[in-house]
Design a protein around this ligand. Structure first.
Ligand code: SF4
Length: 319
């Protein structure tokens, strides 16, 4: 039996004012201990909104979210929740206070959560070592760090409380390919060693095969496909997933998927299409697609897809 670390995120996340829009809707997913779930999609697909709602930085307007048996939708003690749920923010340098040294930055989570600091410098050295940085960095300030080093400090802060779940928002953004691999290896190492569950938000599909056990594809704030990484890469069931993957031929196991070009632009959140919200851009759309919204249901492979007419071939076409 596998017990989820985070589970059942269902419903809407939206600010309360009159001008707010529904950013994420009807999302259901779970993340297991030791598992890495990647959430992918274009800019504006709701990925970051979802992570922020899970971490309590945005309100959950309806539905339920659970973390290790605790309801997040009922106004939990967020300090206690964040003791076990760490967030890595998108901007590695901007997310670090410029007035604090690396030593103080990596100790900050322990101070916030009231953990003992008997030998602060030694503790900071150990925490920094978890992210592959030596003690020579303790006295530096964020403006003295490269993007990769700042990201490592972010990893050290995230790992410092030995969390059960890390929410990593674009963990490789702005980094060289070689540094990207090092950051992903760091996260992976802790997953294997400590059973850390990781939810990675990314638009960088190239990292998927290296880190993800499962992938969820988001479009306009909804999950349109979710499944084991190999199954989704080999035979995407949703036309949007197929289009995303076709733009990254190196992800195609057989390198024979033709490039699928999407029609038009992603609509605004205030201008959602009827029925299947992807239908104005979908080359497989039929008249009923504009009438009825598809549910996320098992597809022919081992994935779930929200499509009335899921793809059934591994080249992104119908049989
Ligand atoms: Fe395309 Fe119709 Fe499937 Fe939507 S439901 S993805 S429009 S085929």
């Amino acid at each position: 039996v596998r017990f989820p670390v985070a589970q059942g995120i269902v419903g809407l996340f939206a600010p309360k004012d009159q001008r707010s829009v529904q950013a994420v809707a009807g999302v259901t997913l779970d993340v297991m201990r030791g598992e890495t779930l990647a959430i992918v999609g274009e800019s504006g697909s709701g990925k970051t909104t979802l992570a922020r709602a899970i971490n309590g930085l945005l309100p959950i307007a309806s539905g339920e979210a659970w973390f290790r048996g605790n309801p997040l939708h009922n106004g939990p003690d967020w300090t206690a929740v964040r003791r076990e749920m760490a967030m890595m923010f998108q901007d590695p340098v901007g997310s670090l206070s410029p007035r604090k040294s690396v030593r103080d930055l990596v100790l900050e989570p322990r101070i916030i959560h009231g953990l003992p600091l008997e030998n602060a410098t030694e503790t900071a050295t150990q925490v920094l070592a978890m992210a592959g940085l030596g003690p020579q960095f303790l006295a530096r300030y964020p403006h003295e760090l490269s993007g990769g080093q700042a990201r490592r400090v972010g990893v050290a802060r995230a790992l410092s409380l030995n969390p059960a779940l890390i929410l990593a928002d674009e963990p490789t953004a702005g980094l060289d390919v070689s540094i990207q691999g090092e950051i992903l290896n760091l996260l992976n190492r802790n997953r294997v060693r400590d059973g850390l569950a990781t939810l990675i938000i990314t638009h960088n599909l190239n990292i998927l095969r290296h880190v993800a056990d499962r992938v969820a594809v988001m479009y306009l704030g909804r999950i349109v496909e979710i499944g084991p990484i190999e199954a989704v890469l080999a035979a995407p069931a949703h036309p949007y997933t197929a289009a995303l993957l076709s733009a990254n031929p190196e992800l195609d196991p057989r390198a024979r998927r033709a490039r699928i070009r999407l029609r038009g632009e992603t609509p605004g959140l205030r201008d959602r299409p009827s029925g299947c919200e992807f239908h104005p851009r979908c080359s497989h759309a039929r008249p009923e697609c504009a009438q009825r919204a598809p549910l996320l249901v098992p597809s022919a492979g081992s994935t779930h897809a929200a499509c009335h007419f899921p793809l059934q071939n591994d080249n992104g076409s119908r049989p």
